[in-house]
Design a protein around this ligand. Sequence first.
Ligand code: CTP
Ligand code: CA
Length: 227
Amino acid sequence: REPGGGWGDLTGVRIVISAGGTREPLDAVRYLGNRSSGHQGFALAEAARERGALVTVVAANVSLPLSEGVARVDVETSAELAEAVRGAAAGADVVIMAAAVADFRPAEASASKIKKDGTGSLTLTLVETEDILRSLVEEGTPGRTVVGFAAETGDDAASALEHAQAKARRKGADLLVFNPVGAGRGFGDVPNEVTMLDAGGEVRGTAAGTKLAVAHAVLDAIVAVRA
Ligand code: CTP
Ligand code: CA
């Protein structure tokens, strides 16, 4: 295959991939969620398996199938995702955090349905969730490659790429896969464009195309950074 390594270049490599989007319960029937479909994470899993990796997917609310031979753990909340990733990451060679993880969750989930109280508004108290990627980077397990994803938009202060480079340096992951979002880009099974950044914010690769093509390019960058 072109470019990068052969189909067997990840043979025996243990890869954990989180995918999808977390849901944080608000009450008996409602949650705070996001629009992540899991397509990019699942494409990574399929691509890694094709290249010989031993793949475990931690799937947060993903309604897509996976090939036989890919291990799958289904979760709902960011806390469940953190626990499942932590468990699977022990003994993994590569951990890829492709899931869209809630940054905040309701401080408490009501056991019953929240009712309108006639005041015309509702104030929720949210608390920060665990930053799983940060925990993995801080563990600093020798030989384990940690990869994050970041969807960024540009603004008056900086371009999307500049924001991503700052985040790459802040996060300290071995690779941060950045994709520009906004105007309908990035979500669902649509073509994608990404730039791979190392912990210093340096560009280590770019790719555009289908989520499967992007997945192979991300894996190429992982192989290169581990070499
Ligand atoms: N991530 C994580 N745990 C969280 C939030 C995010 O592991 N609680 C991971 C995501 O899976 C992703 C990476 O961190 O791989 C970057 O996510 P992003 O939302 O871009 O970063 P944040 O640090 O949450 O920054 P922001 O304030 O821009 O949302
Ligand atoms: Ca976030």
